[in-house]
Design a protein. Structure first.
Length: 186
């Protein structure tokens, strides 16, 4: 899809979800100290780095270190954070990244620089397009997939991307959000 379409949808989505976003920000603030927004350096199209925004779902300071995996029942995740993750509401601030032109609605999820440094030449192909809020790997297994499987699905997307595929991914994402299938349980 075009960048203009992505920005239009992102602006409308932010406007429509602003009451929900405000409630989430308040809930985060009431439950724990620290910033309500989590900012993390990510790698986008052609290797350009940017700050990606999310709602904070973990206790402050627990995000240190790039390779600290999350597990079910992880004590670093707050109660509010678990709820936000369950419905992927923590990703709403990614819409700001779309408005800024750093991300698209659909594309491979952006990863952190230390992961990109370990990419093979083939894996670097996922950087040929803007990263997305959702993508082919997200709707085909997400957390149940290994990292190499996700990258292969992202490369498949790069090779087959089209407006119709993007619409299919957005429709499937909507279904996953409603059903909760394959999303983080927190």
């Amino acid at each position: 899809m075009s960048a203009a379409f992505d920005k239009l949808i992102a602006a409308v989505a932010l406007a429509v979800t602003s009451p929900l976003l405000a409630a989430a920000l308040l809930a985060i603030r009431l439950e724990s100290r620290g910033s309500t927004i989590f900012k993390q350096r990510r790698v986008g199209k052609d290797g350009a780095e940017f700050d990606m925004y999310k709602l904070r779902t973990m206790v402050s300071g627990s995000d240190r270190g790039p390779d600290l995996p999350l597990s079910e029942g992880d004590p670093r995740i707050t109660r509010v954070g678990a709820l936000l993750r369950r419905y992927s509401l923590d990703e709403l601030p990614n819409l700001v990244n779309v408005l800024r032109g750093e991300m698209a609605l659909v594309g491979p999820r952006p990863t952190i620089p230390p992961q990109v440094e370990r990419y093979t030449e083939r894996q670097r192909r996922r950087l040929e397009v803007k990263p997305g809020i959702t993508g082919w790997a997200q709707v085909n297994g997400r957390v149940s997939l290994s990292w190499p499987e996700r990258i292969e699905l992202d490369i498949w997307y790069v090779d087959h991307r089209s407006p119709w595929l993007d619409l299919r991914i957005l429709a499937k994402t909507s279904w996953l959000l409603i059903s909760g299938h394959g999303l983080y349980s927190g």
